[in-house]
Design a protein around this ligand. Structure first.
Ligand code: SF4
Length: 318
């Protein structure tokens, strides 16, 4: 049995103690269409330097994202606020689980500084789940948005939030800070929640997205799932309908990749043609924007996608 050691931060220790007892899951060979750029460019090194200098965490590193070589070369990083330790233990996720430390009150300013240094026209801010905080971290999100607005008013801001389960008023706090895009990922179809996302509730996530739209119809809403976790096609189509019923604008669909053998297995590699078909159907169901491909991640090309999203909404009003 392999033990996964956390080499990203601090002294070596098991990164996923809650998963250590699990049997190793089988590993499928990656198909030809899963090809990623090696993280060796000068832009990558520069992005890494700015992230480290500001003492920040990124989901790019913590989640072991396959697109890091490409994104960081262009200085696109997704900041993960409120620490590197999550109160949930989802079966797909590589972020460390445990009891997180206190919030760092200086973090919003440090994020804003890094956004300015990287010269970002669009930034994605995500976080670990903070079930230990009474507001789930909503105020910290709002403070981070405010700090970025103050430092670089031209930067558009996308938040990718936890589900704020049982945190009444959290959505209101984040929406009041006026992010341009509010993203919350469903991650998978409802039948897989107990094994893939056990701490979450599918309809609570749908309701969060719906609530955001009710609170501010101008905010773009976005959600994403991974496929290849054992879901069936009809379940994905039903999920699309559920998101459209909540008035969600933008859907992302990408291939699940297994971070380690202790994580959920990749049941299947979905073919590029199947992704294309999902995209076509999702557009037919009324999403303003859809990104569906093996390496689609919710923050991948988020800046370009935001420009296309705005253009798509504008074309509807003409
Ligand atoms: S796709 Fe998102 S998480 Fe992955 S490297 Fe790019 S910005 Fe980071």
């Amino acid at each position: 049995m392999a033990v996964i050691i956390d080499s990203l931060s601090g002294p070596a220790r098991p990164r996923h103690p809650e998963k250590a007892h699990r049997a190793d899951s089988p590993v499928l060979r990656k198909p030809d269409w899963i090809r990623v750029k090696a993280p060796i460019s000068r832009g990558y090194a520069e992005t890494r330097r700015i992230v480290k200098e500001n003492g920040l965490h990124t989901v790019c590193e913590e989640a072991g994202c396959p697109n890091i070589g490409e994104c960081w070369e262009k200085k696109h990083a997704t900041f993960m606020i409120m620490g590197d330790t999550c109160t949930r233990a989802c079966a797909f996720c590589n972020v460390k689980t445990g009891l997180p430390g206190a919030l760092d009150a200086r973090e919003p300013a440090h994020v804003a500084e890094a956004v300015a240094k990287l010269g970002l026209s669009h930034v994605v801010i995500t976080s670990v789940d903070r079930d230990d905080l009474t507001d789930g971290g909503a105020r910290h999100f709002a403070e981070t948005i405010a700090a970025i607005r103050a430092a670089t008013p031209q930067t558009t801001i996308e938040v990718l939030t936890p589900d704020f389960l049982r945190k009444d008023g959290a959505a209101e706090i984040v929406v009041a800070a006026r992010p341009d895009v509010f993203n919350h990922n469903l991650e998978t179809v409802p039948s897989k929640y107990l094994t893939v996302r056990p701490g979450a509730r599918y309809f609570a996530s749908i309701r969060l997205l719906q609530r955001v739209k009710e609170l501010d119809p101008n905010t773009f809403t976005k959600s994403g799932i991974m496929v290849g976790l054992g879901e069936v096609r009809n379940e994905v189509l039903q999920l699309m309908d559920d998101l459209r019923a909540a008035d969600v604008d933008f859907l992302t669909i990408g291939q699940y990749l297994q971070p380690t053998r202790k994580h959920h297995e990749v049941v299947r590699f979905v073919t590029p043609d199947e992704f294309k078909s999902y995209e076509t159907i999702a557009y037919a169901k009324g999403f303003l924007m859809v990104s569906a491909s093996p390496l689609t991640r919710s923050s991948h090309h988020a800046g370009d996608d935001f420009a296309r999203l705005k253009a798509a909404r504008a074309s509807l009003s003409h």
